[in-house]
Design a protein around this ligand. Sequence first.
Ligand code: MRU
Length: 367
Amino acid sequence: MRPIWFDKTDNSVNIIDQRKLPHKTVIEKLISVAQVITAIKDMYVRGAPLIGVTGAYGVYIAAKTVSDNCKDIKSYIDAECQKLKNARPTAINLIWAVEKVFQKLNFSANIEDIINTAKKEASAIAEEEVENCKKIGEYGLSLIEEISKKKNGKTANILTHCNAGRLACIEYGTATAPIYAAFDKGIDLHVWVDETRPLNQGARLTAYELEEKGVKHTVITDNAGGHLMQHSLVDIAIVGTDRTAYTGDVANKIGTYLKALAAKDNKIPFYVALPSSTFDWKIKDGIKDIPIEKRNSDEIRYVEGFCRGKIEKVAIMPQKSPAANYAFDVTPARLITGFITERGICKANKEAVLSLFPEKNRSKTYG
Ligand code: MRU
């Protein structure tokens, strides 16, 4: 089951509420733009490519909800798009996908045509992301094959952070695509899964995905990676990203930077897997310019888990202590061994990125 799908029988957009996974599979229908925004903000759907696709379907829903007496359809949909784009700030896929759909709309056509175009374009983006993730898997496979060869077929140990798997995308995932490709080829591998506090996307979602596919894995605390690296228990780290500057700086789930530092100190390759929809072709300095989401501190104060047949929430810190919930951090390009993209693997720098994506090379624009 994909994390989002269009149901032709009732023309509805359906999602899995990932807040409840792995304990319960709850499906929600998105009917209004307000619901789409809540689903993105409150993380029923999460992960950069999936946030993008959900936003794209949000434009379709905006078109569907234009009222009969609307005087200016373009302005109405545009305003709804602005709201969609503001739902979460860090993943650039959201802005990219919403704008991509909006730009396809012909506002001199009748509303049925506008609705159809929006639906078609959103579905096309979803399929494009699936295809991109598949290619990331094909390219990234070579890295794991190489490790396995060097170790004479002994277990290749991969560390990943957060969930950059099929649930964060549509299928395959980004960071997990090379893992699945290597697993399908029969390579002996094992994945260290960072639990990824505070919302535990690693423990809840990545572990769930790997378990369902039968990939050997172990969930670890977020702080265990450095220790494992010092003891040669990690051969490669592969993570996803929410926004990557074309110059090579990578925003990803909070804690990614510390893993990259530990990997550098231990001479362990640190790769970032991403589709082109996650590149920011304008931002030059990731640390300075990528907006970092700060979420509700209750996500730190409470932990949710499965207890006596239901999902329960428990307090884990003194009520009066303040908590700060930075959701992402930026790993500077110098700590990254390379990018795995749908066009191949490249170094994390402007020249290498633009040589894979020459159509973005408007050298006058980039400093
Ligand atoms: O807050 P989340 O769960 O949306 O954060 C997700 C991540 O940080 C992923 O690593 C990133 O989106 C890459 S998904 C392929």
